[in-house]
Design a protein around this ligand. Structure first.
Ligand code: HEM
Length: 374
């Protein structure tokens, strides 16, 4: 019996390829912001708890000041991929969301709490008060949000489990574990946080708001964290790919009939490995050489963004091939493109990016105070 709810009779208002492209672009950016939050926050907590030097406190404060802004990007860059995912995969995603409904709805108050705690964390650090425990609560909650998202994104790929789950309880209070792809996937996002968080510090080390001594400290710490946890991230990623069902692995390496794209999405996996290795090298150069050069920071930023793009493309292939093997073809949809609306959307999309660029340039030109200043 077909486990999926009936297709919405209203056709898609834009081609599937365009929806997918926009989904991949916005989701990659969401992942960059998520990793900065998870990794940057953990580093700030550890620095404020264990660091005894003035450099450690300055670095913790510098991260905490920026985390509230990072959180706005986490959320704003999460809404578009959520909307595209619902349009493309709604019949699977809505079903899994209903099954874990209690936790899914709980994400909203949890996120508000995380946001508030980030402000508290930063304010306490500014006042020189003990702050690590506030940060830790925020980090645990953010890790919980990541866990619920990983749970939903893996449960949506298991239509064979839905019927029995719903028959046993319609409460929506499931938080399933037994899926062998879930743990590596979640752990991978957590380890990736420290890779991206480390590269973020390498970038920050190039800023003129740090003294020469602070720069060496920030670059040395960030680079070593990026290099070490880049290797953990690599291992977790290989584990996550290894535990995929055989049909998915074969589909991504040899292709699937009539779906040449999936072979290329499979290649993105190799691109991801190569880029993580580059990120580890960038980290090692900055970390062991204590080099706080602007070019190295930007190399780290570029590598971080490319790593997340490759991950997102490969992950997209995993989802599509898994669902295809279970009778759900994302390309098999009626489309009636409304080009006027698509055109207007693209104009607004580009204008929105322009406004963000302007905002960033204003922030960059603003009068700077030294990070270590009280
Ligand atoms: C603390 C805040 C957040 C964290 C730590 C976080 C973390 C994550 C993680 C780890 C994943 C990947 C899950 C996986 O595939 O294993 C993910 C995906 C996703 N997140 Fe977030 N997220 C946060 C906020 C949000 C918010 C506020 C939204 C929605 C408005 C959102 C929407 C999504 C969506 C839609 C995906 C998956 C998209 C797809 O696969 O198509 N996230 N997030």
């Amino acid at each position: 019996m077909n486990p999926y709810p009936a297709v919405d009779p209203i056709p898609l208002p834009a081609p599937v390829w365009l929806m997918k492209l926009l989904h991949l672009v916005t989701l990659s950016l969401h992942f960059v912001a998520v990793e900065m939050l998870l990794g940057g926050l953990l580093l700030a907590i550890l620095l404020s708890l264990l660091g005894s030097s003035a450099n450690a406190h300055t670095t913790a404060r510098a991260l905490a000041r920026r985390l509230t802004i990072v959180m706005t990007f986490v959320i704003n860059l999460a809404v578009p991929p959520l909307l595209f995912a619902q349009v493309l995969y709604g019949r699977a995603l809505y079903t899994s969301s209903v099954l874990i409904g209690v936790y899914w709805i709980a994400l909203i108050p949890t996120l508000i709490l995380v946001y508030w705690l980030l402000y508290k964390f930063s304010a306490r650090l500014e006042r020189g008060q003990s702050a690590w425990w506030v940060g830790l609560i925020a980090w645990l909650l953010a890790g919980g949000v990541a866990r619920v998202l990983s749970t939903n994104m893996t449960l949506m790929l298991r239509p064979e489990a839905w019927r029995n789950m719903y028959a046993a309880s319609a409460m929506g209070a499931y938080l399933p574990t037994g899926d062998r792809t879930l743990e590596p996937r979640w752990l991978m996002m957590l380890a990736g946080g420290l890779l991206i968080g480390g590269l973020w510090l390498v970038y920050l080390a190039g800023r003129s708001t740090f003294t020469a001594e602070e720069k060496r400290f920030v670059a040395g710490l960030g680079g070593k964290v990026a290099a070490g946890f880049g290797l953990v991230y690599l291992a977790a990623g290989l584990w996550a790919a290894h535990v995929q069902p055989e049909a998915v692995k074969i589909g991504l390496t040899h292709g699937v009939a009539n779906h040449a794209l999936y072979r290329y999405e499979g290649f993105a996996g190799y691109g991801w490995i190569a880029l993580v290795v580059v990120a580890v090298l960038v980290g090692a150069i900055a970390g062991f050489g204590k080099i706080a050069a602007g070019w190295l920071g930007w190399a780290g930023v570029l590598t971080a963004v490319l790593v997340e793009i490759m991950l997102t493309v490969y992950r997209d292939g995993v989802r599509d091939v898994t669902l295809l093997s279970k009778g759900y073809d994302v390309w098999d949809r009626a489309v009636a493109t409304n080009w006027g609306v698509v055109g207007l959307f693209l104009v607004l999309f580009v204008a929105g990016l322009g406004v963000i660029g302007w905002l960033v340039s204003v922030a960059a030109r603003a009068q700077k105070t030294m990070e270590g200043a009280a």
